[in-house]
Design a protein around this ligand. Structure first.
Ligand SMILES: [Zn+2]
Length: 331
């Protein structure tokens, strides 16, 4: 039986969160992903503890997301760490300081471990590693003409591995190097979490987008520390055909999940849904169910009407469609 879930953010007032959670429970949702950004970590820890506790009490499976953390995860959230530790940022091949931390930064890795410990302290047992990536250049065609990270640590590490100085022009070794770094980072973080008894769930950017630094899903999917793998093929955003784009992601994830004996999940775009195309959400659900993926999640609630930068054109219609799909499935 498929489990349905949603992401929840933008409200840190426990009594209203609880009201929402109750309403969504009645629809048939079973998983709630709470974003747990640097802002939440610093200013809302006990509030989040209450929110997690209420979620569990209502019977939800709870996932926590390092939303926008260090500028290396997905999410509409800023990094306070970077603001206070600008010297830990990624550096481009054009010597530009970038708005994401270097994945090799010891100081950041320690800061991330403090966050993992606080996930445990507030009662969560599942972490959702949300689209881990190197700095993404905008507009998108700047990569690989421009790439990161060419900070002093990375230059030293690159030399140790390849025995020549890190070039300023992109080549295959840089691609390999970035993949090594992001794998090493995720291995260390998921291992630390696992040591605290926390399950690790990972969500890959679709289409093996090399700009993230991850060259293939397989290496990370094979990690023993990871129990659930997935992706978020947001077809409206990528301007793709729903069946093809979602179908391709489902096939990739499902085959890896079988090969490495992992649970799997898939996200459905429920933000920035264009007027008149709301029904494609149902096409996506059908595609995912056909693939045998066990967990279907919606980003986010009520068509994201509460976050104007990514709200759907007709959020109410989006939410009605989602609600009907789940009610039909669960009854
Ligand atoms: Zn670096």
């Amino acid at each position: 039986m498929v489990k349905y879930g949603f992401s929840y953010f933008g409200n840190r007032i426990p009594k209203y969160v609880k009201k929402d959670l109750l309403d969504f429970k009645k629809i048939g949702f079973e998983i709630v992903l709470h974003t747990f950004s640097e802002n939440d970590f610093l200013f809302y820890k006990d509030t989040m503890k209450r929110i997690v506790s209420d979620s569990k009490e209502l019977g939800y499976e709870v996932w926590l997301d390092p939303w926008g953390y260090g500028g290396i995860f997905g999410g509409e959230a800023f990094s306070g760490f970077l603001q206070n530790n600008i010297e830990e940022s990624q550096i481009s091949n054009k010597e530009e300081r970038l708005g994401s931390v270097c994945l090799n930064s010891e100081k950041f890795r320690n800061y991330m471990k403090e966050w993992i410990k606080s996930c445990k302290a507030i009662g969560a047992d599942k972490i959702f590693w949300d689209e881990p990536h190197f700095y993404i250049f905008e507009p998108y065609n700047r990569y690989p003409e421009e790439f990161s990270c060419r900070c002093d640590t990375c230059k030293k590490n690159f030399y140790k591995i390849f025995n020549y100085e890190m070039p300023t022009k992109f080549n295959e070794d840089i691609k390999t190097y970035r993949n090594i770094v992001i794998n090493d980072f995720l291995k260390e973080m998921t291992n630390f979490a696992k040591g605290l008894g926390i399950d690790n769930i990972i969500c890959f950017v679709p289409e093996e987008a090399y700009e993230t630094g991850i060259n293939n899903y397989e290496q990370i999917s094979s990690l023993k520390t990871i129990s659930n793998i997935g992706s978020d093929p947001y077809w409206y955003g990528w301007n793709k055909n729903v069946q093809e784009f979602v179908g391709k992601s489902c096939n990739e994830i499902k085959s890896l999940s079988i090969k490495y004996n992992k649970d799997s999940h898939m996200w459905i775009q429920s933000f920035k849904v264009p007027e008149g195309r709301e029904n494609e959400i149902e096409d996506a659900v059908i595609k995912i169910k056909e693939s045998g993926i066990e967990n279907i999640l919606f980003w986010g609630i009520r068509g994201c009407e509460h976050i104007s930068s990514i709200s759907s054109d007709n959020p109410e219609k989006v939410w009605n469609i989602i609600t009907q799909i789940i009610k039909k499935d669960k009854n």
